[in-house]
Design a protein around this ligand. Structure first.
Ligand code: MG
Ligand code: MG
Length: 251
């Protein structure tokens, strides 16, 4: 059952999304080689608390931090650590969730650390492009598979691997609501309707599709150790098109 959100619920989700966007902006601004992924978690925790929100991920199924930090071949769910030191040429996917007034915003971005290779630059550019290609179908009259198909088309055009086991999801009162959103076409004809709020989140790989979960039971990596990127927005379906909730609100 997919519940549409009321005007008041959307207002709170927009604020949650704003706080998530603030975290991303702060991390983008401060990120540099020599920092640890724990430093990034501290930045996130600080911004979330200052804005009277709750870090959604902390304690979620036992997750021990407020953000996920996934470096290079790590795809998602990397655990921030003071032992993981970022180096020039790395890419890092930062996934952030904030709960405000009981409603959740969820968004991920992959950042370069200093100068990165051309192949990594292409991976980041194309993964972000695939997110926007998909979310343009988040409007009344489209079906979920329009979104999935659009993401897959961009990945296929660039011969990038598509992570099959993880994907987008409805979001709102909890982080993971129905429906699940694949990053490739599965023929799901679910009609998209105004008031639905869904996180769209392609994860694309420079190599193949296959993934492994590490012994920490969280960190997901590519089997071939090729780099992976992850871009995500929480989006409201409207009659006019997508309304991205995880962006900075105009003050
Ligand atoms: Mg996320
Ligand atoms: Mg998500």
């Amino acid at each position: 059952m997919i519940k549409k959100k009321s005007r008041d619920e959307i207002k709170r989700m927009r604020k949650a999304g704003h706080i998530v966007a603030l975290v991303h902006a702060e991390i983008k601004d401060k990120l540099k080689a020599g920092m640890t992924t724990k430093d990034l978690d501290d930045i996130a925790m600080d911004v979330i608390h200052k804005n009277k929100a709750i870090p959604t991920f902390l304690g979620y199924n036992g997750f021990p931090a407020s953000i996920c930090t996934s470096v290079n071949e790590q795809i998602v769910h990397g655990i921030p650590s003071k032992d993981v030191i970022l180096e020039e040429g790395d890419i890092i996917s930062v996934d952030v969730g904030a709960t405000y007034g009981g409603l959740v915003g969820d968004s991920a971005w992959t950042h370069p650390v200093g100068q990165i290779s051309e192949e990594k630059q292409r991976l980041l550019k194309v993964t972000e492009e695939s997110l926007f290609a998909g979310l343009q179908y988040m409007k009344d009259g489209c079906v979920l598979d329009d979104v999935q198909k659009a993401i897959e088309a961009v990945a296929n055009r660039e011969k990038l691997g598509i992570v099959r086991q993880y994907g987008g999801h409805g979001v709102g009162h909890v982080m993971h609501e129905e429906p699940f959103v694949f990053n490739y076409s599965v023929g799901n004809m679910l009609p998209l309707k105004s008031g639905m709020t869904i996180a769209i989140e392609p994860m694309l790989n420079l190599g193949g599709d296959d993934v492994i979960v590490m012994p920490d039971k969280w960190t997901v990596v590519t089997k071939d150790k090729q780099p992976s990127a992850h871009f995500e927005h929480t989006v409201l379906v409207t009659e006019d098109g997508p309304d991205i909730l995880t962006k900075l609100m105009e003050e």
